[in-house]
Design a protein around this ligand. Structure first.
Ligand code: HEC
Ligand code: HEC
Ligand code: HEC
Ligand code: HEC
Length: 451
């Protein structure tokens, strides 16, 4: 009944007719205000006249093939089914949690795992990470949002999660791709077989088959997206650290530089680590994983030097304490929490400021020139690579300088260096960054230099 009515609503709305004045029985089916905030499941969005068209349409401002793209191409749609593959079954066995596809520890990120009382109708966990994981519970807006000229913000008032807002969007991705006290991947899970969580919004957006249009009226949108999400993911990662540092099981290995423990050994004469000499820490300790800070630092410096100075002080404190992490949990938690607030405040500034070609080039150059990033370890190198890739893409999309296959090849060769993380070599990565930096020097001579 609800679904028949919904089909009718869809058909009418897509014919361009507003719902005002429609047959009252349909409205009788709309949820009472108390039902706002319930989840309907991906099937509710799947009709071909809604989001399940096979071909993109041009009738409304969206393509209407969002469901088809998600179901057919998006890894999120498989997130539940991977929980019963051999790797997951072994993770379940090692962690003694039974079947992962029934364990809340896994379902929380791999499905729409909401409490029973929040389910408007029965829907299957097998949908994996589906529409309402990102767009919020649909019961409040499912019917009305098909009305012609229905404003987006009205849906947000009725429970839709505002993924258009970049702070909220990146915070949403971070819930699963960075993790938190409520849902996390720790070293126990990683040692059992779970991939480590790394993230960069631009790079992961490129990897996700897109079911939306780029906003038309926002030049340099991609640079804003990269910037806001850099601040957000640092903030979320510091919050996560702050929580973990207070646990009885502290120290937690997954907060540290993985490859400091997981690299292969060489003859002393060939060790670049010994050559660098463990600056600022005791030899042989695993440093804090600084990847979410070392690249972001350049952005923060460009937009708010005073906030960056304070943030840098928190990070220096964390770095120092992490070289003797046992018993330092409370101090680490305090600095991490303070740093998380600062990064959150910088994210707000980044969400509202304006971006242009000169700013983008300045960031690209600052990152590529910073040799110290390479020395911070493989995860930092990876963050630098993803950022250079996203920012150079953004530069090409917005400034249209024409192809520069050399810069693109130099960035791509950074990626090749990360194929085998255990063999990561900092001086070699730094040399690759220098090549990118030299090639970038030729770009944007018409933009007139700084800022
Ligand atoms: C904090 C959220 C989170 C939790 C909790 C979580 N995962 Fe994941 N999982 C992810 C993310 C995000 C990815 C994708 C990582 C990437 O590619 O960057 C992933 C990937 C995987 C993969 C690899 C999938 C592939 O396509 O190869 C497996 C297997 C997996 N998870 C199993 C599990 C199991 C089993 C559990 C429970 C013990 C679990 N996950 C708990 C977030 C989570
Ligand atoms: C992993 C997160 C994620 C999942 C899962 C997801 N979306 Fe999206 N969706 C986004 C993001 C991010 C955007 C772009 C920002 C925006 O327009 O809100 C978007 C945009 C859209 C838009 C365009 C909105 C507009 O006004 O331009 C529609 C329609 C949409 N999604 C529908 C769906 C449907 C239907 C499903 C399930 C079949 C789905 N989405 C699953 C993240 C997701
Ligand atoms: C509810 C948790 C959740 C949210 C929210 C979420 N993801 Fe994911 N994401 C996952 C899981 C779990 C996987 C692994 C799925 C698999 O491999 O089957 C994944 C996989 C991916 C992948 C594929 C990675 C790979 O290795 O191929 C991309 C890209 C991605 N997510 C981007 C995003 C973006 C961008 C957002 C925010 C707009 C987002 N995700 C929000 C849980 C989530
Ligand atoms: C302080 C040292 C340390 C750090 C930091 C650390 N690990 Fe481990 N890791 C270990 C030890 C010890 C084992 C257990 C090895 C064994 O039993 O053979 C292990 C096991 C593993 C395994 C399973 C090994 C195998 O052969 O299958 C993986 C995968 C792994 N870690 C990945 C990571 C990742 C990814 C990170 C960063 C997020 C990380 N580790 C951080 C020490 C560390």
């Amino acid at each position: 009944m609800w679904s028949n009515c919904r089909r009718l609503l869809m058909a009418l709305a897509l014919g361009g007719t507003a719902l005002v004045g429609l047959a009252p029985p349909c409205f009788a089916q709309l949820p009472a205000p108390g039902a706002v905030g319930k989840y309907n499941g991906a099937g509710s969005c799947a009709a071909s006249s809604c989001h399940g068209s096979v071909q993109p349409k041009t009738v409304t401002h969206i393509f209407q093939n969002e469901y088809t793209i998600w179901a057919g191409q998006d890894k999120h749609a498989n997130a539940f089914s991977v929980l019963s593959n051999p790797v997951s079954l072994r993770i379940g066995k090692i962690l003694k949690i039974g079947r992962p596809d029934q364990a809340q520890k896994c379902l929380i990120c791999h499905s729409l795992d909401v409490p029973k009382e929040k389910r408007a109708q029965t829907f299957g966990m097998e949908d994996g990470v589906s529409c309402e994981n990102c767009h919020g519970p649909a019961s409040g807006w499912l019917g009305p949002h098909t009305t012609a000229n229905w404003p987006h913000m009205k849906s947000v008032e009725l429970g839709m999660y505002d993924t258009r807002d970049l702070m909220r969007r990146s915070a949403k991705c971070a819930t699963c791709h960075v993790g938190s006290q409520q849902q996390f991947v720790d070293h126990d899970m990683i040692a059992a077989g779970h991939p480590d969580l790394t993230f960069e919004l631009g790079y992961f957006t490129k990897a996700m088959p897109q079911h939306w249009k780029r906003p038309q009226d926002m030049p340099w949108f991609e640079v804003r997206a990269w910037s806001v999400s850099q601040a957000t993911q640092l903030s979320e990662a510091l919050r996560r650290l702050s929580w973990r540092a207070g646990l009885p099981t502290w120290p937690e290995f997954s907060e540290m530089d993985c490859i400091a423990c997981h690299h292969s050994l060489t003859m002393p004469e060939k060790s670049w680590r010994q050559e660098l000499g463990y600056p600022g820490r005791r030899p042989g300790t695993a440093p804090w994983n600084a990847s979410r800070y070392v690249v972001f630092r350049h952005l923060a410096e460009a937009v708010d030097p005073e906030a960056e100075r304070q943030l840098g002080a928190d990070i220096a404190k964390i770095t120092e304490l992490m070289s003797h992490p046992a018993g330092k949990g409370a101090e680490i938690a305090a600095s991490a929490s303070h740093g998380a607030d600062l990064a959150g405040r910088i994210a707000q500034q980044l969400n509202t400021r304006s971006y242009d070609q000169a700013f983008t080039l300045r960031l690209l150059r600052a990152i590529a020139q910073d040799e110290s990033i390479a020395n911070q370890g493989e995860r930092s190198a990876e963050q630098a690579y993803m950022s250079l890739d996203s920012l150079f893409d953004a530069y090409r999309t917005n400034a249209k300088p024409g192809d520069d296959p050399q810069v693109q090849a130099a960035i791509a060769s950074l990626f090749q260096q990360l194929n085998d993380p255990s063999a990561y070599n900092a001086p070699r990565f730094a040399a690759g960054m220098q090549r990118v930096s030299a090639l970038l020097g030729r770009q944007g001579s018409s933009a007139g230099g700084s800022r």
